[in-house]
Design a protein around this ligand. Structure first.
Ligand SMILES: *Cc1c(COP(=O)(O)O)cnc(C)c1O
Length: 486
């Protein structure tokens, strides 16, 4: 269409009703609504009119109904594609906060699908036929698995820290070592949470050294508690000192104060055999005499987002009664997924059932074997000029846990003569499903440790598309069609 003759171009624009009769568009009317599809058509036709208005003389604008139909269908598919999407994590970062931390176990998934569709006894005591408290459902499991007297669950660990401070420390002093005034992921800073909770921060010691005596000297009539914070995402080396938990526990006991520990990751499983030292194990803290611990549900525990508070009943009960508890309470689906996750620990099956524990436990030998098999499948399908190799490297735990831990792994390296590693990375990222890889100099690195076996085929197809010569993005391998909506 020659836009220099814009009058005639305007006349060539198909009418909305004409487009609605086209087969592909009509099938979208069937599975969405006429209103929805009409608004998509009108949006596109408005853009077409703008293009005609601003087109250079002699510039052709494609106004064929079949072409406009294909654009409308693409637009509808894009608009209906959910914003929260499945991602293939080929980065080797096991707990990636940007990627939603821990993927859930099969057992937790089953619980989610069972309880999302039906009514549950969330706040109903089945035996007594009366109203009950939602927390009562999970407490026995937490008691059993953590070995604690009492426990409660809130929305995340930040909320757990806040609730503890607000309930037990508001208007009073909370003693913390200067070396533990940490920031975890941008918006969570211990001093900020403390001031919002109403507790008064009493810093003791220095950045690198804090002794029991420092805590002792700071205790006064306004002291509410001693707080220990696990410096999850960094490690101090060299001239440092931090008292043993048992020593602080003895001091707290003799002073009649609560000792609280934010252990961060909530490791229930001893991960030392897999090369992860230094993560506090929940059980050790409780047996060392800590009165209350709190940790995340979706870090090393491998469950849903939650904050777990466990310890002495005399501290848990007032937290549960705090009116703010209502603002941090969790939903039935979280209780179900958390219960199923904890049940894997109870049955001693965490290393086979909990995905992140399984990933951590994977030996480099096993990964190398799997990577070799994957490479054989991949290489036979790669185009000329693209090379895939195997190299040694490390996976990391991530999620602010164990910054020093490097788990030996096998990496697939991908290099292409014609497509830059930046382009390969962005093409992988923009596909559906998104594939997240690592990049190093001019190589793309793929770590299978964090890739689920049933995603390998998606990964192979994704890589093939990403190293292909074409510069336009190929739409997803599983395009959204009216059929797949049924
Ligand atoms: C991760 C972490 C938090 C925050 O936990 P969320 O579950 O992300 O709210 C708080 N304290 C420590 C020590 C942590 O490692």
């Amino acid at each position: 269409m020659n836009a220099s003759n814009s009058e005639s171009a305007y006349r060539q624009i198909p009418a909305v009703d004409q487009l609605l009769l086209r087969t592909a568009i009509a099938s979208w009317v069937e599975c969405t609504s006429r209103e929805f599809v009409v608004s998509e058509i009108q949006t596109l036709l408005d853009q077409v009119r703008d293009r005609i208005r601003s087109a250079e003389p002699g510039y052709d604008i494609d106004l064929r109904p079949e072409y406009l139909e294909s654009v409308i269908i693409e637009n509808i598919k894009n608009r209906l594609r959910p914003r929260l999407r499945t991602v293939v994590n080929a980065s080797g970062v096991i707990l990636h906060t940007n990627l939603g931390r821990a993927p859930l176990s099969k057992q937790a998934q089953d619980s989610l699908s069972a309880h999302s569709a039906h009514y549950t006894n969330l706040e109903y005591d089945i035996d007594a036929g009366k109203r009950s408290h939602r927390d009562k459902l999970i407490e026995p499991m937490l008691q059993e698995v953590l070995g604690c007297e009492a426990a409660t669950v809130v929305n995340n660990n930040a909320a757990a820290v806040f609730m503890i401070l607000n309930t037990l420390g508001a208007g009073k002093e909370v003693i913390v070592s200067r070396g533990e005034l940490v920031e975890i992921g941008g918006s969570f800073r211990i001093p900020d949470i403390m001031s919002r909770s109403g507790a008064i921060l009493r810093e003791v010691g220095t950045t690198n050294k804090t002794r029991v005596q420092d805590y002792q000297d700071a205790i006064g009539s306004d002291t509410a508690m001693l707080l220990r914070v696990h410096p999850s995402n960094f490690r101090m080396r060299g001239f440092t000192e931090r008292p043993e938990l048992g020593e602080i526990a003895a001091l707290a006991r003799s002073a009649g104060l609560a000792l609280v520990e934010d252990i961060g990751s909530g490791c229930l499983h001893d991960l030392r055999p897999y090369g992860i030292p230094g993560e506090p194990v929940v059980y050790d803290s409780l047996t060392a005499g800590v009165d209350l611990i709190c940790f995340s549900g979706d870090k090393l525990l491998g469950g849903p987002q939650a904050g777990i508070i466990a310890g002495a009943r005399k501290f848990i009960d007032p937290i549960r009664r705090n009116p703010l508890m209502r603002t941090y309470r969790v939903d039935k689906l979280i209780y179900g997924a958390l219960e199923a996750t904890l049940d894997s620990y109870r049955r001693g099956r965490a290393d086979s059932e909990i995905p992140i524990v399984r990933m951590i436990a994977m030996t480099s030998g096993k990964i190398k074997e799997r990577t070799r098999r994957f490479l054989r499948r991949l290489r036979s399908r790669l185009p000329e000029g693209t090379r895939a190799g195997l190299s040694e490297g490390y996976s990391v735990v991530g999620g602010g846990s164990c910054p020093d831990c490097h788990l030996a792994t096998a990496l697939i390296t991908i290099v292409s003569d014609s497509v830059s590693s930046n382009t390969i990375e962005s093409r992988l990222r923009l596909q559906d499903p998104t594939i997240v890889v690592r990049q190093e100099e001019d190589r793309v690195l793929v770590d299978l440790r964090t890739v689920f076996p049933d995603q390998e085929i998606i990964l192979i197809e994704g890589i093939m598309r990403a190293v292909g010569g074409s510069t336009t993005l190929i739409p997803g391998s599983q395009p959204l069609t009216p059929e797949s909506d049924q």
